[in-house]
Design a protein around this ligand. Structure first.
Ligand code: 9Z3
Length: 345
């Protein structure tokens, strides 16, 4: 039974038409300059670079935006993974939704572990004149650990943070960042964990001012966001190792949809996750090493990754996801060496 209506008539934007008709965000030039400088430095220092995208995108309904569509993503997957990539020696471009979780500060998020709750006034001082603040003993070990890593990353200059809000900001930024990162050849990895809207309202169809409620119910027809993985893989960053995420709520769709994405875009890995199981179970879907031309279901392989949170509640599945990808990325880099050695013979 259909539970929502979708008209067949809505426009589908190609990436080319999208960028020709939708305006870039005001901060784009500034962000690109920062990425350029960051990539140059990592190239000089011989580091691998990962772009981690994280959090949800909004879809504004008005030009003077009062209302917008959003989604559930808090940025846990992206911010946690960014920490594990840094630990593995990668430089990280962390492209995230404004105010979503960030590496390191995520441990003290305002709702689950607010920082005011682990600070106290120095108990040796008179409470009415207290001016020194101390950390509660129960919080010290974790804080020292987080702060030590955070400071080390700052000193090393291996984390660059970029911000988006709307799906339009996201698309422009992804294109520009990937074009800059393509200089890194096979040393760059893309970890596309942001939850990106599939639908948007083109600027040309938006009301300038706040939509008025006096006219009864609201009907909005949205257009499809271009499938950005296609130009990413085929034009913007041809040698990068690309990992996309596929989120589903119907478990039967996970593997078929992941295979479909690989067949369409030709990238390296899709990580499938179910909305309710994503903290303890994901599936890696990837093409099998090529035997012959053409693709069928037998050309893809799946490998499930599960953790037992009842046994180990502190464990983060991102630790194992990142470890697996670091291994696969290294094999991808080495495979290029083998290929060029073979061509040189
Ligand atoms: C994911 O599947 C991420 O794992 C989550 C993470 C969004 C579920 P949280 O931020 O959640 O930790 O709360 N991202 C989905 C990425 C996405 O939208 N992919 C597109 C698609 O599925 C293709 S690139 O069509």
């Amino acid at each position: 039974m259909a539970t929502s209506s979708q008209s067949e008539g809505g426009a589908t934007f190609s990436a080319e038409r999208y960028f020709a008709t939708q305006p870039p965000p005001a901060s784009l030039e500034h962000d690109v300059a920062r990425v350029k400088e960051f990539v140059q430095r990592q190239l000089k220092e011989g580091r691998k670079v990962v772009l981690v995208t994280s959090g949800g995108t909004t879809v504004p309904l008005e030009l003077n935006v009062v209302r917008f569509l959003d989604n559930f993503s808090a940025g846990t997957r992206g911010s946690t993974s960014a920490e594990y990539f840094l630990k593995a020696g990668y430089a990280v471009i962390f492209m995230h939704r404004q105010f979503s979780l960030q590496p390191f500060s995520r441990h003290y998020s305002h709702s689950t572990h607010p920082f005011l709750d682990f600070l106290d006034f120095d108990p040796s001082e008179d409470p009415s004149e207290a001016s020194h603040i101390v950390v509660r003993p129960s919080e010290r070990t974790q804080l020292v650990e987080v702060l030590t890593t955070y400071k080390a990353v700052q000193r090393a200059g291996t984390l660059l943070t970029l911000t988006f809000v709307t799906v339009n900001d996201y698309l422009w930024l992804l294109r520009a960042v990937s074009q800059e990162m393509s200089l890194l050849g096979r040393s760059c990895l893309y970890y596309l964990a942001a939850a990106v809207s599939d639908f948007f309202l083109p600027r040309q169809k938006m009301s300038e001012h706040k939509i008025q409620s006096g006219k009864g119910s609201l009907h909005i027809e949205m257009d499809q966001v271009p499938k950005i993985l296609k130009p990413l893989v085929q034009e913007w960053t041809r040698e990068g190792y690309i990992v996309s995420f596929k989120l589903e709520t119907d478990p039967d769709l996970l593997i078929p949809k992941a295979r479909q994405a690989l067949a369409r875009y030709g990238h390296q890995v899709v990580i499938g996750n179910d909305l309710h199981r994503r903290k303890f179970e994901v599936v890696f879907v990837s093409p099998k090493p090529k035997v012959s031309a053409g693709a069928s279901a037998e050309d893809y392989e799946e490998s499930w990754l599960r953790i037992d949170l009842a046994q180990n509640p502190q464990k983060e599945i991102e630790e194992d996801i990142v470890a697996e990808l670091v291994k696969r990325h290294q094999q991808w880099i080495e495979a290029a060496g083998t290929q060029s050695a073979l061509t040189a013979r």
